[in-house]
Design a protein around this ligand. Sequence first.
Ligand SMILES: Nc1nc2c(c(=O)[nH]1)N[C@H]1C(S)=C(S)[C@@H](COP(=O)(O)OP(=O)(O)OC[C@H]3O[C@@H](n4cnc5c(=O)[nH]c(N)nc54)[C@H](O)[C@@H]3O)O[C@H]1N2
Ligand SMILES: Nc1nc2c(c(=O)[nH]1)N[C@H]1C(S)=C(S)[C@@H](COP(=O)(O)OP(=O)(O)OC[C@H]3O[C@@H](n4cnc5c(=O)[nH]c(N)nc54)[C@H](O)[C@@H]3O)O[C@H]1N2
Ligand code: SF4
Ligand SMILES: [Mo]
Length: 710
Amino acid sequence: MTELLLKYFRTKQQEVQSEKVYDTQCPFCSMQCKMQLIEQSIVSRKKYTTIGVDNPTSEGRICIKGMNAHQHALHQDRIKYPLLKVNGEFVRISWREALAVIKEKFTDIQVADGTNALAVYGSASITNEEAYLLGKFARVALTTRYIDYNGRLCMSAAATAANQTFGMDRGITNALTEVPTTRVIILAGTNIAECQPTIMPYFEKAKENGAYIIAIDPRETATTQIADLHLKVKPGMDAALANGLLKVIIEENLTDEQFIRDRATGFAEVKEYVLSQSLDEIAELTGVPKEQIETAAIKFASEETGMLFTARGVEQQIDGTAAVRNLLNVLIATGKIGKPSCGYGAITGQGNGQGAREHGQKADQLPGYRSIENEEHREYIASVWGINKEDIPRKGVSAFEMFKKIDEGEITGMLLMCSNPVVSNPNANFVKSALKKLKFLVAIDLFVSETAEYADLILPTSSYLEDEGTMTNLEGRVILREASRPCPGEVKHDWEIICEIAKVLGKGQYFPYKKAEDIFNELRIASKGGIADYYGITYDRIRKEKGILWPCPDETHGGTARLFEHSFAHPDGKAKMVVVSNSSQIPKEKPSEEYPLYLTTGRVVSHYLTGVQTRKSAALAARNFESYLEIHPETARKYQIENNRLVTVTSKRGSIVVRSKWSDKIRQDTVFVPFHWADSQNVNMLVGEDLDPFCKMPGFKVSAVKVVPN
Ligand SMILES: Nc1nc2c(c(=O)[nH]1)N[C@H]1C(S)=C(S)[C@@H](COP(=O)(O)OP(=O)(O)OC[C@H]3O[C@@H](n4cnc5c(=O)[nH]c(N)nc54)[C@H](O)[C@@H]3O)O[C@H]1N2
Ligand SMILES: Nc1nc2c(c(=O)[nH]1)N[C@H]1C(S)=C(S)[C@@H](COP(=O)(O)OP(=O)(O)OC[C@H]3O[C@@H](n4cnc5c(=O)[nH]c(N)nc54)[C@H](O)[C@@H]3O)O[C@H]1N2
Ligand code: SF4
Ligand SMILES: [Mo]
């Protein structure tokens, strides 16, 4: 180093007057990368740097979003005080006033419209403690049946499919360390390179070790680039494609007969159905050449080990459950589960997409993945909560269906925690009109989101730097987010807010917690004996062992890395294969003369979900400051769409205006728009309301649209 450089660094170091280090985890995706925020005071300003910290899942890596997460958490737009809407304007009020307003409004609503007139809308970006508490709050403090959460739009198809096929749902059936040694991988409708970037080295290592990678996606993405074979499927056709794979595997005698006999039911019916189908027709339906279907099937079936991964491309369909089940049929038919380097992964989305779907935030669920309609389960949870089992309400409806109930006047008040449904639910115009009908909406958020703007009261909550608690990452590993930064202004933690509301409603005795760990210790008991059994997991153990994979039934149990080694979780121990027809039970929207193109939606690496957080971050916003329409140049020419111009995209439901981006990486019959932007760029104004009959997932990945130049 030159004298000059040394001198420069010495002066720099002298400038740093103090340094604080905050241990935390990234607030964004399911990798939950461990990191530290380093805050340096330098003369007149503060400098922030985020670095990755070693741990079993992300191994010290972080991506561009994690690196810049502090930019939104420290942003001046953070809400720091309760805000009440008075004559259309939000004004600062005290917590005491805010809680009094809630007490009055909630009581009035329940007196006038019945106890079920209040609904709770939760999230999978909150901690396990908070997700558990929100479920308890709805049932015990509000005694309403209506609670559901944003995970309904996210993991519900994969979760339902895994429950139906295997009898239980844990995102990945293996620890990630098994990926590098597998021989063949299917990546179906998952863009891990942009959505879970720090997972990539596991797959890159597999490739270095000679694994054959098959990607299924209507677009070429950073993920399909690592594939040896890319099946550029027509949007919404994964179920039919899986039938093609099954047909070839069966005809080529590549099934694992013994595995099927010993470990599965339903194969004979599946075999009969797929053999009755024509591969030429499947090729036509899916847009994937017959030879490619054959190659994929033969490659996958003939290797000794193999793993299947799906994400929202396959799942966010009105036949998402069936599509996943049919891909699981492929996995079972080839005996590739329950063995080393063989298994299934539904790549979890949100930071706590796994844990938040296990402990009672779902309309039909009680903690530990128990069922709210099962008498024994009700009895057990009532005993943990200290109430009568008759007092636990019955099941409610899914996230989007709650907006239907609002529209119909059945739900008149809502508590919304950590979600932005105006941008994330289908048919956004309908959602907005429903929200306007509410007598009272409380939003608990970091910012005045597009949905919080509709609220009567906004409560300020803490961020990932401030709020401690456990999250269950995409492996099913329960990890502890230590968070030590003090809350800004009068901000409170989500769990504290729940407890305080319960208290003013006269239910304080059921919510006596002093810290997140107290809630976790109750969750452990509530989950005990359930499918998602956390009983053996403690904060101390997580700290020592760097996370524990559930199920973990007692404190001497080491956690479960690989599921289904000896049996599946159905009472007969077998996996259930099922016939899935080539076309959806509810017809999907198809391109027509008026709306000639498929629209599919998804993500870019630099933004997160509805963008409320990442649009605040200067570094991330600079990478993509507006939405866009990915369109094939041939298609663009056909519709007189120049490159880089504003265009109007219209479906039966509405219109948006975005900038065109020519790309020969997308199918010619399909356009793609990311969903991170709001207002006139809110792509959910275009998406329809039909829901998967099993899991109530909307069809975010298939709409019919037209595109015209502006
Ligand atoms: N950068 C970033 N990362 C994120 C998020 C984010 O918003 N931004 N969100 C997090 C969350 S909550 C989630 S759920 C995950 C989502 O992670 P992914 O599911 O991987 O993300 P998507 O972009 O929604 O969809 C994945 C791919 O599906 C393809 N696709 C579209 N239609 C179809 C189809 O019909 N069939 C098939 N086979 N593929 C199709 C799209 O082209 C896209 O490349 O990411 C998590 N990570
Ligand atoms: N068209 C289309 N639509 C989609 C999808 C798609 O692929 N295409 N994907 C769907 C998927 S997979 C998902 S997961 C949903 C997500 O949809 P949403 O849940 O609506 O999205 P977020 O942007 O995560 O909203 C989180 C809100 O909570 C706030 N927040 C952040 N952290 C906290 C916290 O700790 N506590 C509280 N109280 N608030 C907090 C943020 O500021 C933000 O306003 O969108 C779905 N919608
Ligand atoms: S966005 Fe996901 S991959 Fe990136 S740092 Fe955060 S948790 Fe890790
Ligand atoms: Mo998600």
